[in-house]
Design a protein around this ligand. Sequence first.
Ligand code: ATP
Ligand code: MG
Length: 777
Amino acid sequence: MSARNAPLEPPAPPQGGIAARARAAAAPPYLDGLNPEQREAVETTDGPVLVLAGAGTGKTRVLTTRIAHILATGRARPGQILAVTFTNKAAREMKHRIGSLIGQSVEGMAWLGTFHAIGVKILRTHAELAGLKRNFTILDTDDQIRLLKQIIQAENIDDKRWPARQLASHIDGWKNRGMTPDKVPQGEAFAFANGRGAELYQMYQDRLRVLNAVDFGDLLLETLDILHKHPDVLAEYQRRFRYVLVDEYQDTNVVQYLWLKLLARREDGNPGNIACVGDDDQSIYGWRGADVDNILRFEKDFPGAKVVRLERNYRSKAHILTAASHLIAHNEGRLGKTLHTDDDDGEKVMVACAWDSEEEARLIGEEIERLQRGGESLNEIAILVRASFQMREFEDRFVTLGLPYRVIGGPRFYERAEIRDAMAYFRVLVQPADDLAFERIVNTPRRGLGDATLKILHAYARANSVPLIQAAAVIIETEELKPKPRKSLRDVLDMFERWRNELDSTAHTELAPIILDESGYTQMWLDDKSPDAPGRLENLKELVRSMEPYESMAGFLEHVSLVMDAETGAEQEEKVSLMTLHSAKGLEFDTVFLPGWEEGLFPHQRALDESGKSGLEEERRLAYVGITRAKERARLYFASNRRIHGLWQSSIPSRFLDELPASAVEVAETGSVSGNWGYGASRFDNRESFSSPYDTPGWQRAQSRKASGYRTSQPRMIEGEIIARSSGGASAFEKGERVFHQKFGYGKIMSIDGNKMTVDFEKAGSKRVIDSFLEKQ
Ligand code: ATP
Ligand code: MG
């Protein structure tokens, strides 16, 4: 659909006649049940609208209904609406609900998704404007760190003193704030390796280009850059997006904000039809660069904005709402909102103490079984943890009980080592320039292609700015490698070529197991006698199964790279949901269990250490988010003892428990220990990571389109480059010249074939080697 198509005209406003009045009185059914403020927010379709309101007041419902209204009244076609949700799951649900509101399925809402999903779509369309090819790879955190480590080491910087992880976090921070390397303030560049921060950031970006890859930050930053530099592209999108809607606006960061501001403007510079909804009390991504001020600035950025406040909570029973409101009132930095419910008191918020985390998991497991026996649906039960490490205990317990559960917010499945290995094979197949994937599998299973081989490949790849697989293709034609590794490497390349030839003719679900078998990867686990090997083989089977709904390997890889909660949706079975508090935003359940309310864990020690009072307030907002997920029951737990890195520590109950109103809380008598609050002292080891969609990175990299084989179009260009370089450039050796080779010693060049030389070495005899490994003498 072209953005230049004439927009549909909105229907004529009702006129004074009797029929018209009758029609106006019969409001469309999708508006039924909305309260007057909600309805106003839905029906004010023109100009900027901000809905600033507390949890459970129907903000998301307003957005959904608003889209339904825009579509039903013909104000825009599905493809002309840009709607940003916080997770892919939320996007799916929204699409589904819009469909049921207007009584037909909504096809073509191509621009309803997360910032990242929309960013990747725009970036693929205009990849060449960012110096990328369309099939670029999206790196996940793991790959990002490995790449940075290589750069740090290549620059002879001590990576113990200046760890890659630290640089990654600076770079993410800069990207979140919309800064390209040239924009990094001098002072901040000093934060890493004595002032080399910005320079390393630049090197990293350059290296990403060579690999035809981006990281998650780039999905938005590069898009923003394109929109800034190419007014025609910007104008096209501004024309296309007749309506822009944003959920969870309080958690947008600077780059997202700048991006929205551009896209939501009309070509004439006036603000367009943008509707944002949010709640300053639920801003929980400050640590990742979200800026709650965006919401406070809205009226200034979008003059004439209509601000709607919603005060009635439709989600939670009164006791739950009272507890949450009381808790959040302890924060100083907030706008302050009134929130009420017309619902009855319901159950009090329960607080219980367990001896340790194992007992905590046991108590919660028993409670869930009791609820289940009482007829509650498992789908309506959630456990929300502060840090992802807390999940394991629950998973173990649920497995023991045979209680079905799903983990939301981080596709744990795709993070397992065997899955990542298998995916790396698929990635190299689809995008041969994907060095990190290649490096991951070149010697997995072991083929005698260890560090020594990789070093040679790397040296060549770096010197010639080509991907590793291309370097390998050149090197196997020489004697740089010993015969054994040379043969192994040749076998690997041959395998990939064989599979690549089958890519178009064989279904990817058939090809995938062939790859796993022929590569020896399956055998590696069959030979492995460790207790978890059978489980890994099952996971590999499951991986192949999970590819079925996708039409191609590339489509599947793209899916994995974007999906945050891949395990949900497919199966109909009822399940308990397990997730971090961060991933719970926007969701609701009848019963919510909140374990681990202990000082150091929640509030998390690192938040306190790094951000002091503002860190504490963000933790408190997280607690508010947690409690307000509950409709009927909220149950809070803390353990008196917790084992951290093998050491028992006694713990202090969270201060947030003391901040709850006694009137809405009931302290439970639990099993082995009475509520012995406040004894012992603990400082949780703050090495525990924060919980977030990012610490269990669901984002895998992938490619959307099939890349051509490395010996065809893309690499041929690269090969041309090599030849050009070696024949004309600095490496021009001459026949008869005396040279030195690290491994083979001194010798004389006998013949030259592009960048490959046959050298008669004094000790090693005649060998074929590569010019970049030779020194003139
Ligand atoms: P959060 O801040 O947690 O994201 P929210 O403001 O987006 O919450 P919704 O999720 O849209 O709130 O709504 C909360 C619940 O209240 C949902 O179950 C929704 O269907 C229901 N709800 C919203 N408005 C109404 C209404 N007018 N009548 C009945 N139920 C409503
Ligand atoms: Mg919501």
